[in-house]
Design a protein around this ligand. Sequence first.
Ligand code: SAH
Ligand code: SF4
Length: 355
Amino acid sequence: MDTKIELTNLSKEELNTEITKIGEKSFRAKQLWQWIYYRGETDFNRMSNLSLNLRKTLSEKYKITRPKIITEQISIDKTHKWLLEFEDGERVEMVYIPEKDRGAVCISTQVGCAMGCRFCHTGSQKFTRNLTTSEIVGQFMVARDAYQEWPSPTDEVRYLSNIVVMGMGEPLNNLENVVKALNIITDSEGISISRRRITMSTSGIAPRIVEALQRTGVRLAVSLHAPNNTIRSRIMPINDKFKIEELLKACAEYQQGDHSRYITFEYLLLKGINDSIENAQELIHLMKKYKLRALFNLIPFNPWPGCSFETSERKTVEAFSQELEKAGFAAPIRVARGQDILAACGQLKSKMPKG
Ligand code: SAH
Ligand code: SF4
């Protein structure tokens, strides 16, 4: 059995402790950190400022693993999707969405998802397990390898400039590993992605919202998708546990005292279910009631095989957007990317149906 310790599972402090344990000075841990996260090196033998002896010890005791690429697809709009496999054979999908002079990597936090949102392809696949810190950080490193963005660029002009924690899984149900991974990814001596450029999306685990944001400092997106509990419970089972009131109270608490904190509310439009003008007005009322500084991201439903929901008409989506904008909320309509390769929101799935 492979008993080597995976270094990308360790926080900066833990790496330091580990390296001092084998009798090395702290600055060696710092050099090692830079090799792994600033240069993207995976082979101890190429770490040229470490002594040959140390390189040998490191290779005997430790490893730096990347998730294995099983397949890769690039869509006609250049959206890039990878199917990645971890050491135990479990798989997730990751997507890179390029823009003109930047781009976002959409990373996963769980294999499958336990929340079971009715409109989501991932939710139709049973929850298998949480991803480890190493597996979360490793996804981003795979994307960096692909776009050869090592060593970490020192300016903000990058192919991989942003991260959205919006792939498979509910990040707040894997909070410890997600916090650790985001702290590694944002460390200025390593991968160095600014916290402002990371957005984490939750389906609404209300009691963990404030803590999650305090511990990561990233931006918050909430998958609201409905203006009242009746509709929300119908499409998102999590709403039976944490009702809209509790969710929005947590959002308001997060915004308290800091006026720069805007929340993005994702709103998926499902034909005939939540897309009427009355629904938009109800939504505006909610935002005012809880005094939220909000912007909306309207998502036309992306269909997937076997799902019975339908996409709202374009003119319905536009009217919904206009209603929100009239009330002073930004409400852009998200352009689906990578639909031809099932890489768009809610289309990710890493397992074929059984039987
Ligand atoms: N689990 C987290 C983050 C991942 S999902 C969450 O639910 O917030 C990213 C976004 O895509 C969420 O807002 C989700 O509700 C949305 N989504 C899910 N299925 C979709 C579909 N079929 N079409 C469009 N968006 C979808
Ligand atoms: Fe899970 Fe998010 Fe899909 Fe809901 S929308 S099933 S929370 S991945």
